[in-house]
Design a protein around this ligand. Structure first.
Ligand code: GSH
Length: 261
């Protein structure tokens, strides 16, 4: 039935589309008048065109550099929302808690989902956007190795490094911890060092998520000077420094770090 009332029916979809266009054009004009940075305008246009845009909530000098590297390798559209550590406590600002209850970084937002934990983010991004890139063949023995190292990076490998850091920060006399930290460091990072013997990448002959996850461990060893005790890790680190996306991630990390002059 086609009553006369239908002719005057309000088309809300059209009004919404016109309203969105008006907002986009107003923002483009603001960009043209230098009132909005190019990056912001680029993001708005992508959103307008319905192109997926991942948001990385990035804390300065953090594990989040891994995810910048990964996003650069995958060549996907993403934006960085930067947060700065407290200059006294080194903790993240409370605003990160609005993104995820832990208030830690990295965290990504993608397709209405919030994902925390750098290992989980690495696995998710490679599975979703990798198209076979930087992944071991599905169901292969190498894929199991990849999983082992991704978990190793945030569990076994982090413990001795964190213990060393806390012992140094505490600065007081301790009974058990210093010797335990040293023996765990030698055992766990000695294992990593041995597995790198004669290798450029950790699993197989090409870059995988494991190299990206282990890069934070390598950088921590380098920053503390402890890398000298592990020649294969040192050589591996030199190789990482030749990878363009790794260097781009380092540059972007510095760009978003307010403590870098
Ligand atoms: N296991 C987590 C660790 C996350 C984490 O502790 N991130 C640190 C930066 S490297 C952080 O946000 N620290 C600030 C805080 O705890 O307030 C991961 O792999 O993402």
């Amino acid at each position: 039935m086609c009553g006369s009332g239908d002719r005057f029916k309000i088309n809300y979809d059209k009004i919404k589309a016109a309203w969105i266009s008006a907002i986009v054009y107003m923002r483009l004009f603001a960009c043209y008048r230098d009132e909005m940075p190019y990056d912001t305008m680029h993001t708005l246009l992508l959103e307008f065109e319905g192109i997926v845009m991942i948001t990385l909530h990035h804390l300065n000098r953090s594990r989040s550099q891994r995810i910048i590297w990964l996003l650069e390798e995958l060549g996907v559209e993403y934006k960085i929302k930067a947060y700065q550590r407290d200059s006294v406590t080194s903790l993240a600002p409370d605003s990160l808690k609005a993104v995820h209850p832990l208030g830690k970084s990295p965290v990504i937002e993608d397709n209405g989902m919030v994902v925390a934990e750098s290992g989980a983010i690495t696995e998710y991004l490679i599975a979703t956007y990798g198209n076979g890139k930087i992944a071991a063949p599905k169901d292969s023995a190498e894929a199991v190795q990849v999983s082992q190292w991704i978990h190793f990076a945030e569990s076994s490998a982090m413990l001795p490094l964190l213990l060393k850091l806390f012992i140094m920060r505490d600065g007081g006399d301790m009974n058990f911890l210093p010797a335990y930290a040293n023996s765990e460091l030698a055992k766990i990072l000695g294992y990593f060092n041995a597995c790198l013997d004669g290798k450029i990448f950790l699993v197989g002959d090409t870059l995988t998520g494991t190299d990206i996850m282990m890069s934070f461990i390598v950088q921590s060893l380098q920053n503390s000077g402890m890398i000298k005790a592990f020649p294969n890790i040192e050589r591996y680190s030199e190789n990482l420094e030749t990878i363009p996306a790794y260097n781009k991630a380092k540059a972007l990390e510095a760009e978003h770090d307010a403590t870098v002059a």
